[in-house]
Design a protein around this ligand. Structure first.
Ligand SMILES: Nc1ncnc2c1ncn2[C@@H]1O[C@H](COP(=O)(O)OP(=O)(O)OP(=O)(O)O)[C@@H](O)[C@H]1O
Ligand SMILES: [Mg+2]
Length: 512
């Protein structure tokens, strides 16, 4: 580990400034990345992290400042150009050819050739060698798309190694990985670090940042706030630097999970034996008026599958649903909407952003669909709704008329959550609502959910962050291996208890 500041930086960015119309995205930022370190870039949604990466990799042209690589002044015209110079980037959305094989992806453009063109045997042998050196045992002839996002990201890293990357950039690589997959990724990162690769890491998961980083640079509103060795920066100090104030308001939420729910009448939603062959074993779930029901379980445990069946996004082949005590047929999202249900999916960005529409237009889309396209939402109502949610969720920039594509990743997510809140559902299903969202905005979203449920909204809340589930849900349904394994009263269990339950419980050991 070389966290020594005396080691000359491999990447030196000085005084980097980038302005977009109306936004100074980066304001004279200095950033130094040293060989053999994992350096995390931290900051709220919209702080400028992705922009700094794009400045380095030639996606954006800088307005002023200088970039040097290994002491030499550089400016890249494109990512390909940056890649040539040894800088590889792995994004959350994997930018590989998913229809090609694993081996072809690793070796793309660097295939060994024989007498008759490409030496395919050689391609797969070389690819296997690279994967093995990263501790991965994969069939190189399997198609990339047959693997999880986690594996695809690791393949992207193997590819970066073929390109002989000296700098590896990971912009929120971990937001869709489960615990085991994150461990696998981290093992690879540590290995590369030992080989002297300089690693730039961006994540909103503080635990992960503290586990993997040697150094942390904090940005706020496009400006550099500080650079620290990780051991010199306690978490509360980091959060304070990121958001410019102390995060004390979360404490005020601690009572939400203890709120008494009246479960004497008919629930807003009652599903019995809801399942689909090969997807989810028949499962039960209820949600009463004003209740937040959490769903906990590892990635792939069936959480998303369950809510997609509830919402009619996928067709159930067994089970019944009642809404307010009445049997209901929900075979499509349209029918779900007619029953005043809303689902904010975990793939919000991929499924929901209409890039060339404005923030306001994107936010109002759900409401408009609900009312029908022939009845435009009146302007005054629209402005009122948009203003309310921009404010409640802290969307930045707070300008409803900019194209949503101009917003940072996390701010786009907030707009899509607002889209479903604006339909004023009776049952709101949120699948990983705070993924990719910074600590301050997470608190805003939790507060909004608590406030709306206190007024009677029923919420089904899926999150991989179990602390969050325990803080805002009164009841937690636990899933494993695509079936429901039980249900807990969240005031009767702590974090360790919930983790243990997720790992070991069997239905029948239900504790209430
Ligand atoms: N192409 C663009 N056009 C206009 N503004 C942009 C563009 N890209 C980014 N911005 C603005 O620049 C600022 C920094 O955005 P950036 O994407 O770098 O944030 P971030 O720190 O990566 O946030 P997140 O954690 O949400 O991913 C934001 O105000 C954003 O709205
Ligand atoms: Mg970003």
């Amino acid at each position: 580990m070389t966290t020594d500041t005396d080691v000359p930086a491999l990447v030196e960015m000085r005084g980097i400034t980038i302005a977009f119309p109306g936004v100074l995205a980066l304001d004279g930022v200095d950033f130094f990345l040293r060989p053999g370190e994992v350096h995390s870039l931290m900051g709220e949604n919209g702080a400028g992290k992705s922009t700094l990466i794009k400045a380095l990799t030639g996606v954006y042209t800088i307005d002023s400042g200088t970039i040097s690589i290994a002491g030499e002044r550089r400016s890249f015209e494109s990512t390909a150009d940056a890649q040539q110079a040894g800088i590889s980037t792995v994004y959350q959305e994997v930018n590989l050819c998913t229809n090609l094989s694993v081996g072809e992806n690793v070796m793309l453009g660097h295939e060994p050739s024989g007498t008759f063109g490409i030496d395919w045997k050689g391609v797969h042998e070389a690819a296997r060698g690279h994967l093995t050196s990263l501790g991965l045992d994969l069939d190189t002839r399997s198609s990339l798309q047959s693997h999880s996002i986690a594996i695809q990201q690791l393949v992207a890293i193997a590819r970066a190694m073929v390109l002989d990357a000296k700098v590896l950039i990971l912009d929120e690589p971990t937001s869709s990985l489960d615990r085991g997959e994150v461990e696998q990724l981290f093992a690879v990162i540590r290995d590369l670090k030992d080989k002297g690769v300089a690693i730039l890491f961006v994540s909103h998961f503080l635990d992960q940042v503290y586990e993997i980083s040697d150094r942390i640079t904090v940005l706020r509103n496009g400006a550099l706030v500080g650079e620290h060795l990780v051991e010199d920066l306690p978490r509360d100090a980091l959060v304070t630097e990121m958001i410019g104030r102390e995060l004390s308001d979360l404490a005020a939420l601690s009572s939400v999970a203890d709120r008494e729910i009246d479960r004497s009448g008919d629930p807003v939603l009652r599903a019995r034996g809801l399942g689909r062959k090969g997807v989810l074993d028949p499962a039960d779930i209820d949600a009463f008026e004003g209740e937040v029901v959490g769903i906990a379980g590892l990635l792939g445990s069936g959480r998303t599958e369950l809510v997609r069946l509830l919402y009619g996004a996928d067709r159930a082949d067994s089970g019944t649903i009642e809404i307010d005590g009445q049997a209901a047929k929900i075979h499509s999202p349209r029918q779900a909407m007619a029953h005043r249900m809303a689902l904010s999916s975990e793939n919000r960005r991929a499924e929901g952003v209409v890039a060339d529409l404005t923030v306001a237009e994107n936010m109002i889309l759900g409401l408009q669909a609900q009312r029908g396209w022939l009845k435009p939402v009146p302007k005054a109502e629209r402005d009122q709704i948009v203003g309310e949610y921009m404010d409640a969720l802290g969307v930045r920039p707070a300008d409803p008329d900019v194209p949503i594509g101009n917003l940072s990743g996390g701010n786009q997510q907030k707009v899509l959550i607002a889209r479903w809140l604006a339909t004023q559902p009776e049952l709101l299903i949120l699948d990983e609502p705070t993924r990719g969202i910074d600590v301050g905005a997470k608190a805003d979203i939790q507060r909004k959910v608590a406030e709306l449920s206190a007024k009677g909204l029923s919420v089904i809340f899926i999150s991989s962050e179990l602390e969050e589930v325990l803080r805002i849900a009164q009841r937690v349904v636990v899933m494993r291996d695509r079936r429901r394994v039980g249900e807990l009263d969240s005031s009767a269990v702590d974090l360790d208890g919930l983790i243990d339950y997720i790992a070991h419980a069997e239905e029948g050991s239900v504790s209430r």
